[in-house]
Design a protein around this ligand. Structure first.
Ligand code: NIG
Ligand code: FE
Length: 432
């Protein structure tokens, strides 16, 4: 970065927090526009020996220490954070999670070890349906309590914005309960929550054998209420052989679009249902999984710039050999994001772990993985004007890591490298 970017002098008078002498600052600046695709994912907009100044909840200066000294000489900041030997990045954005549930499923680990597949487990009445039973029985305050526990850990691991989904209620009442839980959590917790309605997550037991009737319930009863009460930004569907078919998915998502919701889809996880083409045809904002997507569909996604949100924690927990073909997708020019997919089948709060899996299992390099978990993930939620990069005027969401450079984040895995997390200008996690 050649010239410092500083807001107005008036702002400087009121400056409250400065991070100085940062060894490596990853800005993800917007020189390429958003999202970053192909080789742009490798350029993190790095500044060495850098400084960041924050006023209230906004970033007002990003530059080198030399530039900082010229702009702010002899100015006393009430809070100065030492960035020596450290890495600073934008807060992680986790754009695909399922955190609203009750109960756990650790028993399924043994089922997986004995060779049962994800669908075998679901068809035996365990899996999603077990979580649905527990979530229906849970009060809203229990779901809020569970959500706080998860969000606290996410924040400690450097995540400052998430998307999360309903989908363990599957009745009008329980889906609304789940979406209301998100609203409460968004108010009470520092992490910002983008809410998604995933009524089409599984066929509820009482609709077994008549899934079209359940699709009608979603369209005629759930969507209008969600719209009326402004409970979701996105609508999502688990489009998979034996779950929701392509025509059912199309019907639900077109209805959701008519209600003004953005759309996303779980596609091609177990079988190629031509989900990538469907996502492109429907102008979905983002898609999840994509292990089996065909090349024609992937090219259509690239053309429409539909985000492929890759979820390597899920094949890891399902003990699969196969992961989404990240290298091919990057080559084709699809915008790639990364997410935890946190759910009772794949339970991790750690985007650092997901970065490691992206590198070790999908052969993404650390820079690509970091791009996919910050600015591109913000794009997948259409929040890139506010979060996902460290630039003047943006919301001050950033993480200070106790590592010398970004390669270190996935390299030393299974530990938490976070020292401090700053959300909207407040230090919300401090391990120093
Ligand atoms: O994205 N595939 C569908 N939904 C979740 C898993 C939900 C569950 O198993 O509870 C996913 O992996
Ligand atoms: Fe998911």
């Amino acid at each position: 970065m050649s010239t410092p970017t500083v807001a107005t002098k008036e702002f400087q008078e009121l400056s409250t927090l400065a991070i100085l002498n940062i060894r490596e600052l990853v800005t993800m600046d917007s020189k390429y526009g958003v999202p970053r695709v192909g080789s742009q994912m490798n350029d993190l907009g790095i500044v060495h020996k850098a400084a960041v100044v924050i006023h209230k909840d906004t970033i007002i200066f990003v530059g080198t220490m030399k530039e900082f000294d010229r702009e702010f000489s002899h100015r006393d900041f009430p809070i100065i954070i030492n960035g020596e030997h450290r890495l600073v990045t934008p807060g992680f954005v986790d754009p695909h999670t399922h955190i609203i549930f009750d109960g756990t499923r650790e028993n399924e680990l043994q089922m997986k070890l004995s060779g049962m597949s994800y669908l075998d487990i679901l068809n035996s009445g365990e899996g999603i349906l077990k979580t649905v039973k527990a979530t229906r029985e849970a009060s809203i305050s229990k779901l809020v309590e569970n959500g706080h526990d998860i969000l606290d850990r996410m924040l400690e691991y450097g995540t400052t914005t998430i998307e999360t989904k309903s989908g363990y209620g599957l009745t009008v009442e329980d889906e609304i309960k789940s979406l209301k839980t998100m609203k409460i959590l968004d108010k009470e917790h520092p992490i910002e929550i983008i809410p998604t309605f995933l009524g089409a997550h599984a066929i509820p037991p009482e609709y077994a054998g008549r899934s079209d009737d359940y699709v009608d319930l979603i369209i005629s009863n759930m969507l209008p209420l969600i719209k009326e009460q402004n409970l979701a930004q996105f609508c999502d569907v688990f489009c998979e052989k034996g779950i929701f078919s392509v025509p059912q998915t199309r019907k639900i998502l077109q209805a959701a679009q008519d209600f003004g919701l953005d759309i996303q889809i779980h596609i091609d996880e177990i079988v190629d249902t031509n989900g990538a083409q469907l996502a492109a045809d429907l102008n979905a904002v983002q898609t999840g999984h994509l292990l089996k997507s065909n090349d024609t569909g992937l090219r259509a996604m690239a053309e429409k710039q539909v985000v492929a949100t890759l979820l390597p924690g899920t094949p890891f927990c399902m003990m699969l050999r196969e992961y989404a073909p990240a290298r091919k997708m990057i080559e084709i020019g699809i915008p790639i994001a990364l997410a935890t997919d946190l759910n009772p089948n794949c339970w991790t709060e750690s985007m650092q772990m997901i970065l490691a899996l992206a590198c070790y299992k999908m052969k993404m390099n650390p820079a690509e993985a970091l791009t996919a978990s910050t600015i591109n993930a913000a794009f997948a939620l259409r929040r890139h004007d506010d979060v996902g990069s460290i630039e003047v005027g943006k919301q001050a969401d950033l993480v200070l890591f106790d590592v010398p450079n970004h390669n270190y984040l996935p390299y030393q895995f299974g530990v938490n490298h976070v020292l401090k997390v700053i959300k909207k200008g407040d230090i919300v996690v401090d391990f120093e």
